[in-house]
Design a protein around this ligand. Structure first.
Ligand code: NAP
Length: 287
């Protein structure tokens, strides 16, 4: 919310359960203030069983839009009247736009955020030449696999503790996406151009997935979607092996940009350093 917020303000928000620790309000409100917009971005935490009723109540433009996070991304897509190819292929939405005519439009900006974070922190990386290994098969892995497949990755191998969830992603995306077992991981890492931790392992400072990152080709790029802490055990192991790394905070910041544009109709102002703001909130030094 900015100091100039009036009764005519455009309102958007983020919805999840829990939502207390979300960084999205700080990011969007910093952009709103720097752009001098008459707008506000607020957090919502409906009960897990109340998400659909909550969204239905917003039809017709009560607010302009919502970012959606755990555990509502699949339900968000189901609530929408129409959606982008990316949200459809991913089977999940992290962005809902409420049109004045009562319809709801869904999109998924997680995958594009990931691809833009890689471009920013591992410049020159060529996705078309890079077999991908994704560890994890939750909503974040889904969004990543869909975007990477649409962007031209030659092969996307998903390994997950619960194999059935990886197989479900293969069924909905198909094409270059495959589900693999733990036993196949070492051989796949030996050919991988991109390795992504899309599990919650490492969140809060514990060990990440036990994948042997030293087996990857020397020019491989390693991404961790976890950003608390910023320098996860997984990324520290990748760096120790000499691999380039991309952190989860950059992905978080990049996925917020198209959301802001969809809500407020303008690009976020570059005058505000949201990465520094987020790092300060995380209690981290800049990398
Ligand atoms: P989710 O749907 O709950 O999926 C969690 C994933 O982690 C599943 O694959 C789960 O495996 C796996 N997992 C959890 N505990 C495990 C354990 N002890 N051993 C092995 N695997 C385990 O969550 P999500 O939405 O996909 O998010 C995953 C992570 O990405 C979270 O840390 C989230 O904060 C992060 N994320 C970051 C961004 C960003 O912008 N940086 C965006 C989205 C998500 P099972 O299927 O076997 O349970």
């Amino acid at each position: 919310m900015s100091a100039t917020t009036t009764g005519a303000a455009i309102v958007a928000g983020v919805c999840g359960q829990p939502i207390r620790h979300s960084m999205s309000p700080a990011i969007h409100n910093a952009w709103i203030a720097a752009a001098g917009l008459d707008a506000a971005y607020v957090p919502f935490a409906p009960g897990e069983e109340n998400f659909e009723a909550f969204v239905e109540g917003l039809r017709g433009g009560a607010i302009r839009g919502l970012n959606v996070t755990i555990p509502f991304k699949e339900q968000a897509l189901a609530c929408a009247n129409n959606c982008s190819d990316l949200a459809r292929v991913a089977g999940a939405a992290n962005l809902l736009i409420f049109e004045a005519d009562g319809t709801i439009r869904a999109d998924n900006t997680d995958g594009p955020g990931l691809i833009q974070a890689i471009a920013a922190q591992a410049p020159g990386f060529d996705l078309a030449l890079s077999p991908v290994v994704i560890i994890g098969a939750g909503g974040a892995a889904r969004g990543a696999a869909a975007a990477l497949a649409l962007a031209g990755a030659p092969r996307i191998s998903i390994v997950n503790r619960t194999v059935a969830r990886a197989e479900a992603i293969v069924r909905s995306i198909g094409g270059v996406v495959e589900a693999v077992s733990d036993g196949e991981l070492d051989a796949l890492l030996g050919q991988a151009g991109l390795v992504i931790n899309a599990t919650s392992l490492g969140l809060g400072g514990g060990p990440g997935p036990a994948a042997r990152l030293e087996l990857t080709p020397k020019n491989a790029v390693v991404v961790d979607m976890v950003y608390k802490p910023l320098h996860t055990e997984f990324l520290r192991r990748a760096e120790a092996a000499g691999r380039r790394t991309v952190d989860g905070l950059e992905m978080l910041l990049r996925q917020a940009i198209p959301s802001f544009e969809a809500f407020f109709g303008v690009k976020p102002p570059i005058s505000v350093d949201v990465r520094a703001l987020a790092l300060a909130r995380l209690g981290e030094a800049a990398r």
